[in-house]
Design a protein around this ligand. Structure first.
Ligand code: NAD
Ligand code: UFG
Length: 336
């Protein structure tokens, strides 16, 4: 299939691009490099031997998107493009609503015009809000605590309504849990701007000597060691889920939601200890107060994805820690 990857130069999109090529598909990337670098295209070529066509554009720009659809007969769209920093979304909510909603609306309108019927969307476990219980199942109540999360939930609603109104449209909503790790080559990986907000890039930057110590946000949660528990998933496993999702979309109509996680929760200290052991490194850390908005535990019941998509995460925590460090240690300043 010829697949448009909006935001395909980013962390998850670039890994998905490689898995799509491996599966015999033809990905095309549209990205405005708001949170990524053109260098990733060279790296993808190095890994796959294939040049991926790039459109440098803003997905909210209807005319530019229309021109791209005129030039390409897409079979499917995977919509990764979006702003994703929770804290920033509270500071500049309108920017988040404009970018994350307009991009989806623009794509849906242009797809309708050109008869493109398969849409896969990057949603997030954040749409479960403060969960009543874990593991999380797709039918559980949703609710958000910040504008970023609301953009994900609103997008889910927009896409569900669009597919209900158009019997030809197929929508797959993938609720990602916590992606970490990198391609085993160490040539592509996560390259956050500034000081990372997320746990794994913070740890790798401490390991690289760029940051002094890790702050562990809270050790008084009702978890096995008091620190927050999440469902960390290797980004390559997550990428493979998209290959399954486009196949599913092409064969079914309507909207389907899938949790994309491993089903296992690990605490912050589990991650730190595994990272130190696997990479033979010391990560200095100290306990800090809880981070506002954090929840104690969040992990998936991924059985629907296994049964319906035939997808299951295959890579364990040790591989996630090893591959995260392999990327960071060989690319001290990311792609720069
Ligand atoms: P990323 O920032 O690395 O990638 C997003 C890409 O989209 C970037 O390359 C950015 O330049 C591009 N982009 C943003 N707005 C754009 C626009 N208007 N037009 C064109 N390009 C645009 O993020 P990621 O971690 O790869 O996440 C991909 C998607 O998955 C996002 O929608 C994110 O919200 C979602 N998600 C991520 C996580 C996570 O922890 N990484 C978890 C759940 C969901
Ligand atoms: N943590 C620390 N120190 C840090 C960073 C994080 O102790 O410096 C802890 C957090 O308190 C939490 C865990 O590590 O317990 C994971 O935190 P992350 O920031 O890596 O991830 P979150 O689960 O908070 O959020 C991530 C994405 C969200 C997304 C959510 C669910 O950042 O965008 O996963 O998919 F919505």
């Amino acid at each position: 299939m010829k697949v448009l990857l909006t935001g395909g130069a980013g962390y998850i999109g670039s890994h998905t691009c490689i898995e799509l090529i491996k599966a015999g598909h033809t990905p095309i990337i549209a990205d405005n490099f708001d949170n990524s670098c053109p260098e990733v295209l060279n790296r993808i070529k190095e890994i796959t031997g294939q040049e991926v066509r790039l459109y440098e554009l803003d997905v909210c720009d209807g005319e530019a998107v229309d021109r791209m659809f005129v030039e390409n007969d897409f079979d499917a769209v995977i919509h990764f493009a979006g702003l994703k920093a929770v804290g920033e979304s509270c500071a500049v909510p309108l920017r988040y609503y404009r970018n994350n909603l307009d991009s989806t609306l623009t794509l849906l309108e242009v797809m309708k015009k050109y008869g493109v019927q398969n849409f896969v969307f990057s949603s997030s476990a954040t749409v479960y809000g403060v969960p009543e219980r874990v593991p999380l199942v797709e039918g559980m109540p949703t609710g958000c605590t910040n504008p970023y999360g609301w953009t994900k939930l609103m997008n889910e609603q927009i896409l569900t309504d669009a597919s209900a109104a158009d019997s030809g449209l197929s929508v797959v909503l993938l609720r990602y849990f916590n992606p970490i790790g990198a391609h085993e080559s160490g040539r592509i990986g996560e390259d956050p701007n500034g000081i990372p907000n997320n746990l794994m890039p913070y740890i790798t930057q401490v390991a690289a000597g760029k940051l002094k110590e890790l702050g562990v946000f809270g050790n008084d949660y009702p978890t096995h060691d008091g620190t927050g528990v999440r469902d960390y998933i290797h980004v390559v496993d997550l990428a493979v889920a998209h290959v399954k999702a486009i196949d599913y979309a092409a064969a079914h109509k309507g909207t389907e939601i899938f949790n994309i996680g491993t089903g296992t929760g690990y605490s912050v200290l589990d991650i730190v200890n595994t990272f130190m052991r696997v990479n033979d490194l010391v990560i200095p850390y100290s306990i800090k107060p809880r981070r506002p908005g954090d929840i104690a535990e969040c992990y998936a019941d991924p059985s629907k994805a296994a049964e319906v998509l035939g997808w299951k995460a295959e890579r364990g925590l040790e591989e996630m820690c090893r591959d995260s460090w392999n990327w960071q240690s060989h690319n001290k300043n990311g792609y720069k």
